[in-house]
Design a protein around this ligand. Structure first.
Ligand SMILES: Cc1cc2nc3c(=O)[nH]c(=O)nc-3n(C[C@H](O)[C@H](O)[C@H](O)COP(=O)(O)OP(=O)(O)OC[C@H]3O[C@@H](n4cnc5c(N)ncnc54)[C@H](O)[C@@H]3O)c2cc1C
Length: 450
């Protein structure tokens, strides 16, 4: 007979929702606290133009099996759409379409010899399935050797710098390999167009269904309630103080916050575990969303390869999802990854738009700020853990050294890159670990069990 306990989940992003759903399904008495006024964390969406749109652009790859399985289980598999994507690269004032491997040969801002080297390196990375040899070498070093300094500087290096800024040369080749490998799996052949997944009505369709499913199994989801402090009682249960002034006692806690927040909540973690938590350095992200009366380009995902442009990419959502879903409006994200002290993390929306507008004109000279009907800015400090050399040795364990305290966050996703599919995977995994610990008596039930 499986043992049941009272389990608290801190954070209502995808990891927390997945963990809480599994635990509630196993019959535990679950309470989830989300400090924001909406569920979903980085994948959350807000109402726009008769539909909903993510704060930060989202899509899925065909290899994202965990999210597909969960949607099937929740009865919403039909809401997953697989659509043609279109990718481009902006350099030397021109958009280069990158739909298939042969498009690499059209990158005429570098000599043909360099384009062939890029094509061969990409092909090699697509075929490679063992990531371990990429753990000990930086992406910059591997790619420089593979394609030469000039091609690296103009193409791969430009992308690495745009995403990781001054830390670009610390990123392990595993991270880059994974990007190429995933995109290949989303194509049936290197010459075919890539298919990407989107959830009809936004990621909120999944988020709301998960929230409901937790409730249907007797769990409680508390939105707008932060976990202010947690402390271990003498009987090794956990005492949680919430921002609403409640005190809640739990047999176990699953934290799904970014690592720096866990460090603040639990300052007495053993040093060796703290070191693992602090070794995960995050890039932040700022997304400006523009609602426009016409498209900027005909590309969904435009990588910026021009170092004078202050953003990382332009993602035109309505070149992926038909504008008819948004009452004919066109939605575009201007994406920027940045360091924690970058001014864009605090700059006003007006100033940020004034900074970006001339560069939108560079991408499409006809662009006029009059095209913009509405705009929003969303910022996230823990957007992308930087995968450094030998990262496997730094990944913090889900079972923390403190009895009954567990962690599931994006710094534990490896060798894959973070994403909602893997947040579901680690949410499922941490729920299984908690159940095993209860069943084997490593975790004791002190009170409130059903
Ligand atoms: C710009 C950008 C683009 C992305 N694109 C994609 C994409 O295309 N496809 C994809 O699959 N993924 C994408 N992702 C990644 C994906 O959204 C995340 O990896 C995933 O949503 C992380 O989920 P999580 O639950 O682990 O963390 P989070 O979403 O960060 O959730 C953690 C939650 O904990 C809450 N919290 C923090 N402290 C407390 C506290 N003290 N008490 C209570 N609650 C607390 C937070 O409010 C938050 O809701 C993107 C992310 C960004 C930033």
């Amino acid at each position: 007979m499986p043992v049941r306990g009272k389990i608290g989940v801190i954070g209502g992003g995808i990891s927390g929702l997945a963990a809480a759903y599994r635990l509630a399904k196993n019959g535990h008495d679950v309470v989830l606290w989300e400090r924001n006024t909406v569920l979903g964390g980085q994948a959350a969406a807000f109402p726009v133009a008769g539909s909903e749109l993510e704060f930060f652009y989202h899509h899925l790859f065909t290899s994202d099996a965990d999210i597909q399985d969960l949607m099937e289980e929740l009865g919403i598999a039909d809401e997953l759409l697989w659509l043609d994507s279109s990718v481009g690269f902006f350099a030397d004032g021109k958009i280069y379409p990158l739909q298939g491997a042969t498009d690499l040969l059209q990158l005429d801002f570098i000599p043909l010899h360099d384009r062939i080297r890029i094509g061969l390196a990409t092909l090699y990375l697509q075929k490679k399935t063992d990531w371990r040899e990429f753990e000990q070498i930086s992406a910059a070093d591997w790619l420089r050797t593979a394609v030469g300094e000039r091609a690296f500087d103009r193409v791969f290096g430009a992308q690495l710098r745009a995403k990781f800024g001054p830390r670009y040369d610390q990123v392990a080749m595993v991270w880059f390999w994974n990007k190429i490998h995933l995109r290949t799996q989303s194509r049936k052949s290197p010459l075919q167009r890539e298919k990407l997944g989107y959830i009809r009505g936004s990621w909120n369709t999944l988020i709301n269904r998960l929230g409901d499913a937790i409730g249907e199994r007797g769990g409680r989801v508390e939105i707008g309630v932060g976990t202010e402090s947690i402390a271990q009682a003498e009987d090794r249960s956990w005492i949680v103080q919430t921002s609403r002034g409640q005190t809640v006692q739990c047999d176990a806690l699953v934290a799904t916050t970014p690592s720096p927040i866990l460090l603040k909540l639990v300052p007495n973690l053993p040093e060796w575990y703290k070191e693992k938590l602090t070794s995960a350095v995050y890039q932040g992200a700022v997304a400006m969303i523009l609602r426009m009366n016409q498209p900027l380009t005909d590309i969904y995902w435009l990588n910026i390869g021009d170092p004078s442009i202050p953003f990382t990419g332009v993602i035109e959502h309505t070149n992926f999802i038909d504008p008819e879903n948004y009452q004919g409006n066109h939605f575009l994200y201007i994406s920027k990854y940045l360091d924690q002290d970058h001014p864009y993390l605090t700059m006003s929306e007006d100033d940020l738009f004034a900074e970006y507008a001339p560069y939108l004109q560079r991408i499409n000279p006809a662009f006029s700020p009059d095209w913009v009907r509405e705009r929003w800015v969303f910022r996230e400090r823990a957007a992308q853990p930087i995968i450094t050399l030998n990262y496997s040795q730094h990944v913090p364990e889900h079972r923390t050294p403190l009895h009954g305290l567990y962690l599931a966050n994006s710094a534990q996703i490896y060798p894959e890159d973070r994403g909602t599919n893997y947040s579901i995977r680690i949410g499922n995994k941490v729920a299984t670990i908690v159940q095993n610990d209860l069943d084997h008596g490593y975790l004791s039930v002190t009170r409130d069990s059903r």
